[in-house]
Design a protein around this ligand. Structure first.
Ligand SMILES: C[S@@+](CC[C@H](N)C(=O)[O-])C[C@H]1O[C@@H](n2cnc3c(N)ncnc32)[C@H](O)[C@@H]1O
Length: 339
């Protein structure tokens, strides 16, 4: 989250230190009503005039670190510099209430002020960091930007629910293994006596399975581009290396649904479907339907996401045919609980 701090006195200094030490915020600059400070630097960042906020620096929130909070807030609102929900207060004595500052969640197509304290949970953070480690194979730079916290939170919730029922876990569409790594880290996977089946071609989508509309909308070209850019994996060995810390993992290499016959699972408790392609997604759910335990969870990663309408349409057809309900989540995911 990008934060602009208003105030360059002691409170501004404390705000900077508190936010940077939390590791979750990106301080983009400072502002101050003292015109003598404009153009100067504070912690190596620009101090800009209030009128320039938003013009030269983009931000998610403005954190006012000043005893003049009510007046500055009024000033920012009257001068249309930012909206009320983007303004937060920092006070030295009470220290910063991080959960309050973080009360705007704004990433991955989702902007909300609903509580998302889960982001501060140490176990969640460690699991998310492990997911990011999986992505290091696609980008060896230390800093990887991938902000899908709420989707990861939903996934973790769904997997925890699924642990209450019998069966193995399956992911169709693994790529570098971000989401599966998050789960295995969070659940300390090897303490559970279950297999995690990771199903993927590990070389992009299967063009033979594209619907005509997907073909004409350039899905094959996008998959090839993703492989060229390294966004889609083309080397399963690096993915195997990522998962080598866990014993109870099996790689199912090949095109879904044909590859699924390699799976030795009796029952399935959790199925995550994320192939960005309608037909194999629907066929995967057909394949597993009779293997899913009562109470099992199916999570569709792209169900309501813009640009994935064909996946939604085909899954909706299957829901009518089989008689199940899909909960459309604001994260874009679709959730199915098996009766
Ligand atoms: C969006 S990525 C999956 C992201 C992944 N769940 C994660 O945690 O980062 C989509 C993946 O689906 C795979 N895929 C697409 N069509 C497939 C098919 N018919 N069979 C197997 N894998 C497929 C692609 O190779 C790609 O790795």
């Amino acid at each position: 989250m990008d934060v602009l701090i208003f105030g360059t006195g002691r409170a501004g200094q404390e705000a900077y230190k508190t936010l940077t030490s939390s590791g979750r915020y990106n301080i983009v600059g400072f502002s101050d009503n003292n015109s003598e400070k404009w153009g100067d630097k504070f912690f190596s960042l620009d101090i800009i005039a209030p009128a320039d906020i938003g013009k030269h620096i983009s931000f998610d929130i403005v954190l006012i670190a000043s005893e003049w909070f009510p007046d500055i807030r009024q000033q920012l609102l009257i001068e249309n510099i930012c909206k009320d929900e983007e303004i937060f207060e920092f006070t030295i004595n009470t220290s910063v209430d991080i959960s309050k500052i973080n009360s705007v969640y704004n990433q991955d197509n989702l902007k909300t002020v609903a509580n998302h304290d889960f982001m501060h949970d140490a176990l969640f953070q460690a699991a998310y960091a492990r997911g990011l480690k999986a992505l290091h194979h696609r980008n060896s730079s230390k800093h990887i930007e991938y902000f899908v916290d709420w989707r990861a939170h939903t996934l973790i919730w769904a997997a925890k629910q699924a642990l209450a029922t019998k069966g193995d876990f399956v992911e169709c569409g693994v790529n570098y293994g971000f989401f599966s790594s998050v789960l295995m880290e969070y659940l300390d996977w090897d303490i559970h006596d279950r297999k995690f089946y990771l199903c993927d071609t590990f070389s992009g989508l299967d063009e033979n399975l594209l619907l005509d509309e997907e073909r004409t909308s350039g899905a094959a070209e996008s998959s090839d581009k993703a492989k060229l850019k390294g966004a889609y994996v083309s080397n399963v060995e690096s993915v195997k290396e990522n998962f080598s810390q866990w014993r109870n993992v099996a790689f199912i290499i090949g095109s879904v649904p044909d590859s699924l016959s390699q799976i030795k699972a009796g029952r399935v408790a959790f199925l995550h479907i994320d192939m960005n392609c309608a037909k194999p997604e629907v066929e995967a759910l057909r394949y597993f339907w009779n293997l899913l335990s009562p109470g099992a969870i199916v999570l569709l990663d792209d169900y309501g996401f813009p640009g994935h309408e064909m996946q939604k349409r085909e899954m909706d057809k299957l829901s009518t045919e089989y008689g199940f309900n899909i909960l459309s989540l604001p994260t874009g995911q679709g959730l199915i609980v098996i009766n």
